[in-house]
Design a protein around this ligand. Structure first.
Ligand SMILES: Nc1nc2c(ncn2[C@@H]2O[C@H](COP(=O)(O)OP(=O)(O)OP(=O)(O)O)[C@@H](O)[C@H]2O)c(=O)[nH]1
Ligand SMILES: [Mg+2]
Length: 404
């Protein structure tokens, strides 16, 4: 089938009858998972799945029941061990490789989780590159999330926006439309347990928001959230500061006050004890710190947080805050000491506090399905932001208050 025709059909997939959709699948023109990714309605998906399963049962070749059982058990064990991504598990379901009943029997999945996987739809995330990004608005507090690829920056943001929304803390700001789209996508998908795509290389997003104060919702903190793709820092680490896009410098050295979140991935650390993943997180973050110093960012910092992400994987018996501090002070002592040096260096001009804290979004399975949502990390980060970020006055006068 012609590519353009296919795209047109997929754009209007819900206007077609189930029988027509079945025809397209049977002809091999469009796969069911492509229809689901294009936003196929649940009712139509269920009807198609029922028909396909019927056909599969009738046309299944005879296999020895022991072979079939072994194969099935093997797939289920791999699923249970998170070897498959949630989309792969979904496609197994869509293609009849496995049925919901078998998943229930041979894995720990419940009906609710199976249903969520079956209807899992991941929209493409809008990212811009530096060239298309507007300058950061002035007279706001800039909130940065800095960490290497996969460390959990986007998940922290998703968790935060979800929490802001639940608590009614988000006031609209349409200054950067792409940022608003990304923010809403993060929040909405997070609500369904869908985790974000990896932020594309050189992809960056900037989301201006007015965050209502938790204690007094009439007060609003004007903020710029900035998520930078982890690759930017990998590149800076390997090729030096001159390899960084000039817009990064423009962002990091503007006049706004700033709150920095350094993200350290507990899971990556645990895995890299067994296998090497190239330069360690600590070396890279130390290099990032030098860049921030070089750009003058540290002269405008109100507070620095070191978030140890994926803290759901900490030893269960340990107190999380205590363990996060112990973990950083043991394995990232050099980074911490460098941070302390910087704090000392600017103590006379600009004092800031350094806080180490655990962060989790909840229980993650199948790589990108959030099974249970934990908002305690988001609550901590929200309070941290509100403690340091000033409150904007409607009249345009910006005061600085310290709430909690
Ligand atoms: N167990 C657990 N896994 C998490 C948590 N947060 C993130 N993850 C996992 O880490 C993966 C990467 O998280 P992202 O938020 O996309 O990482 P990132 O830092 O934005 O990565 P880049 O966009 O590539 O720079 C997720 O898809 C999850 O599988 C958490 O709190 N607990
Ligand atoms: Mg990301």
């Amino acid at each position: 089938m012609d590519k353009i025709v296919k795209q047109q059909i997929l754009q209007e997939v819900n206007d077609l009858e189930v029988s027509d959709l079945m025809g397209l699948i049977n002809e091999g023109d469009i796969r069911l998972e492509e229809m689901v990714d294009a936003g196929l309605e649940r009712g139509k998906l269920t009807a198609i799945q029922t028909e396909l399963n019927q056909v599969r049962i009738e046309s299944a070749p005879p296999v020895s029941s022991q072979d079939a059982y072994d194969e099935l058990k093997g797939i289920c064990t791999s699923i249970e061990n998170d070897e498959y991504d949630v989309l792969e598990v979904r496609n197994f379901l869509l293609n009849g490789v496995i049925t919901p009943e078998q998943l229930k029997q041979y894995t720990s999945m419940t009906d609710e989780i199976i249903e969520r996987i079956n209807y899992y739809q991941k929209a493409e995330t809008p990212f811009t590159d530096w060239t298309n990004l507007p300058p950061l608005q002035l007279n706001r507090t800039d909130i940065y999330f800095l960490g290497q690829p996969g460390s959990g920056k986007s998940c922290v943001l998703g968790s935060l926006f979800y929490y802001f929304d639940k608590k009614g803390l988000l006031a609209e700001n349409m200054q950067n439309q792409i940022g608003t789209l990304y923010r809403n996508q993060l929040k909405d998908e997070f609500g369904y347990g869908i985790l974000p795509d990896s932020t594309a290389v050189d992809g960056v997003n900037y989301m201006p928001i007015e965050l209502r104060n938790l204690k007094d919702t009439k007060l609003k903190h004007p903020l710029n959230f900035v998520e930078m793709s982890g690759e930017i820092f990998d590149k800076a680490y390997e090729k030096g500061i001159q390899s960084i896009h000039p817009k990064v410098k423009e962002y990091l050295s503007n006049k706004n006050r700033k709150i920095l979140f350094f993200i350290i991935d507990y899971d990556l650390h645990k895995r890299s004890e067994k296998m090497s993943f190239g330069a360690g997180q600590a070396s890279k973050l130390t290099a990032v710190l030098e860049i921030l110093d070089n750009y003058g960012t540290l002269t405008k910092v109100d507070s620095i947080y070191v978030l140890v992400t994926k803290s759901d994987l900490f030893p269960a018996e340990r107190d999380k805050v205590e363990y996060a501090n112990e973990f950083i002070n043991t394995f990232y002592l050099n980074f911490v000491n460098n941070l302390k040096d910087k704090k000392q260096k600017y103590a006379n001009k600009n004092s800031f506090k350094i806080t180490i804290y655990p962060f989790t979004i909840g229980n993650v399975k199948f790589k990108s399905l959030l099974v249970t949502n934990d908002t305690s990390g988001a609550e901590f980060a929200t309070k941290a932001i509100q403690k340091h970020a000033f409150v904007g006055k409607e009249s345009g006068f910006f005061g600085k208050i310290f709430g909690n």
